[in-house]
Ligand binder design. Structure first.
Ligand code: NAD
Ligand code: DAU
Length: 360
């Protein structure tokens, strides 16, 4: 099977200043040194250019401050760069925020995706021969499938049943992506992935929130009784899966990505806090007392679990991190990256945005 990454490419990454996008850029910018890689990001509260300091001066990397909903801007970028690959991460991503501000999610996740698709389609349809291997990789979530009971796993055949405004917006985006594939023949690949964790994750999501709170001996809010189950995946394993989709993913296909790291939130936190205590030389299990049960999230999905066998058998992917190893590496990363963490906690990472881009 041919690999699109064997050719000189021009890649558009959307949302590359966020958690997964930044990890993805750290991987591809040094690896694909002959490839122009453009990162289009609006720098919402979740976008942090400090996460990209190690690669920001690379000659093959460009940052564009802008909104994916701005069709004029997106079309100009496609006209200028003639992208051969799009990896679309940009989205509002936090379920609790979607309950507070659903329209923001409809805008960025639905209109934004439609805008990127429209520009990609126009560019691809009028392009010269080096666009034959064009790919649009859409980074979606397992939440589009709704909630599982105690048994069963999501597969590529599972029906869509989103239950939160976030999940509904991502499901709608997925439908737009498929519609562009069916109607215009745009070569798309969709990835539906489970919960990621790892470096550079904004500390509103459960794992970084718990690490930061445990470091400071603050209480850790756990919704309801902590019985909800998630299938945790280290972000490097997700990025590796996306690379395999870029290399060998078949146009029109959907791949599910999950780490076989299923556990309840309470089990997860006990393991995580045990690691934090070990790394900080605290009395074993002493941080467990920080767990505080609080009111449940409205419409809280009970369980997610992924059957990733298609990705394993067709693209040869397998996760490299066990949950315990991945959590330990993540705890160590947060402990040893205090300047990054501090700038997020005191919001000084936003001043970088103001000085560099807001006047543009
Ligand atoms: P994130 O919230 O950390 O980052 C999102 C990035 O998108 C930010 O840099 C933000 O500034 C940018 N962005 C948001 N709206 C934008 C807009 N209108 N125009 C331009 N940029 C915009 O998100 P993440 O956790 O890195 O997730 C990335 C993608 O992966 C999302 O599409 C998300 O739905 C999906 N996903 C995330 C997970 C997870 O566990 N984090 C799991 C599966 C899928
Ligand atoms: O499944 C993939 C999805 O995983 C991604 O698409 C989303 O972008 C990502 O945010 C994540 O969604 P979740 O809602 O599962 O992640 P979160 O970290 O917010 O919550 C994980 C679990 O922990 C969930 O059952 C809710 C619970 N929780 C979360 C927070 C923030 C708590 O108990 N307390 C908390 O304070």
């Amino acid at each position: 099977m041919s690999s699109i990454l064997h050719q000189p490419l021009r890649i558009l990454v959307t949302g590359g200043a966020g958690f997964i996008g930044a990890n993805f850029l750290h991987r591809i910018v040094p690896q694909l040194s002959d490839t122009v890689i453009v990162n289009l990001d609006k720098l919402t509260y979740a976008g942090n250019l400090q996460s990209l300091q190690a690669i920001e001066k690379a000659p093959n990397y460009r940052f564009i401050y802008g909104d994916i909903c701005d069709l004029d801007l997106v079309q100009k970028l496609f006209a200028e760069y003639q992208f051969t690959t799009v990896v679309h991460f940009a989205a509002e991503s936090h379920v609790d925020r979607s309950i507070q501000s659903p329209i923001d999610f409809a805008r960025s996740n639905v209109i934004g995706t439609a805008s990127i698709l429209q520009a990609a389609k126009d560019s691809w349809m009028h392009a010269s021969s080096d666009m034959q291997e064009f790919r649009f990789v859409h980074v979606s979530t397992d939440e589009v499938f709704g909630a599982l009971g105690p048994t069963g796993r999501f597969s590529p055949d599972t029906s869509y049943a989103p239950r939160s405004p976030y999940a509904a917006s991502k499901a709608s985006a997925d439908h737009f992506v498929r519609a562009y594939a069916e109607t215009y023949g745009l070569p798309v690949v969709i990835s539906n992935c489970s919960n990621n964790y790892g470096p550079y994750q904004f500390p509103e999501k459960l794992i970084p929130l718990a690490i930061v709170r445990a470091m400071n001996l603050d209480l850790i809010p756990v919704y309801s009784k902590g019985e909800n189950v998630r299938d945790w995946l280290h972000v490097d394993d997700h990025c590796e899966a996306l690379m395999r989709m870029l290399h060998n993913g078949l146009a029109g296909e959907t791949y599910l990505v999950g780490g076989s790291g299923e556990c309840s939130n309470l089990e997860l936190l006990r393991l995580l806090l045990t690691i934090v205590d070990e790394e900080l030389g605290r009395t074993p299990e002493s941080s467990w007392k920080l767990i505080k049960f609080v009111k449940d999230r409205p419409g809280h999905d009970f369980r997610y679990a992924i059957d990733a066998s298609k990705l394993v058998t067709e693209l040869g992917w397998a996760p490299n991190h066990t949950l315990e190893e991945g959590l330990r590496a993540t705890v160590r990363w947060y402990l040893s990256n205090q300047p990054w963490l501090q700038s997020v906690m005191d919001e000084s990472y936003r001043t970088y945005l103001k000085t560099q881009y807001e006047a543009v």
